[in-house]
Write a new protein. Structure first.
Length: 242
């Protein structure tokens, strides 16, 4: 039996306007759509009549094993993630698990950092890093080390998964680490639900950022030593003479 193709699809923020033609084509070609239930809801309008395999949090390995089984049975499968599937998404684990003779195509998507940056202006025009505050799979001491190194290197810092119901203080510790290397008035962008329904954008400072609402639907972008605010937009100059 001919094996099916696996499409690992980045949906972008989730709004139809920011889903790429390649993403839409992969979903159309697929017999089965597999994903976290929240992401399945983002594509409900695109998957009528298709087989749906929806699972909850912490089911990533199970999800990927199901995808492989569907493809082994000859079905084309779309494994969906929000943002880009290769950035804190499903591409890595799927590629680790998939047999060598199976066809896998990874479809890029707009990342949460890129979406939030567009809402804020141009905060990542120069070198930046992305760091997740989630310590489910990465030791917290290592995360703190990475934050410290990013501060020492004067990078713009994009923080994913800043806070959850069970993880409240990590973002505070990260802010305090960065204050050792960055000025208190360093601009900080807070974007909730970037490019989704309910989008909210705030620009504050490193010193005052904890006064803003920060949750799991938030991207936090902390500027470098050159970042400034103009017309309520964050700008990180690249160095052009103007």
């Amino acid at each position: 039996m001919k094996k099916g193709t696996i499409y690992v699809v980045g949906l972008g923020p989730g709004n139809p306007e920011n889903m790429s033609p390649e993403c839409l084509e992969a979903i159309e070609k697929s017999d089965v759509i597999v994903g976290f239930k929240t992401y399945i809801k983002l594509v409900e309008h695109l998957v009528e009549g298709k087989e749906i395999d929806s699972t909850g949090m912490k089911k990533e390995v199970e999800r990927c094993n199901n995808v492989v089984a569907y493809a082994e049975a000859g079905k084309n499968v779309a494994l969906i993630s929000s943002g880009d599937a290769g950035v804190y998404g499903m591409a890595g684990i799927l590629l680790e698990l998939v047999p060598e003779d199976m066809n896998v195509e990874v479809i890029p998507g707009i990342t949460a950092a890129n979406a939030a940056a567009a809402c804020l202006g141009a905060p990542i025009m120069h070198d930046y890093v992305t760091i997740s505050m989630s310590d489910l799979l990465t030791d917290w001491e290592l995360i703190k080390k990475r934050v410290d190194c990013a501060g020492q290197g004067d990078f713009v810092v994009c923080i994913y998964n800043p806070r959850s119901m069970g993880r409240q203080n990590q973002i505070v510790e990260a802010r305090d680490i960065l204050l050792k290397h960055k000025k208190p008035d360093t601009p900080v962008g807070i974007v909730r639900n970037a490019k989704r329904v309910g989008q909210e954008v705030e620009i504050t400072t490193l010193e005052k950022m904890m006064e803003c609402e920060i949750n799991m639907f938030t991207m936090v972008i902390i500027g470098n030593s050159m970042t400034y605010v103009k017309n309520n937009k964050m700008i990180t100059p690249r160095g052009y003479k103007i």
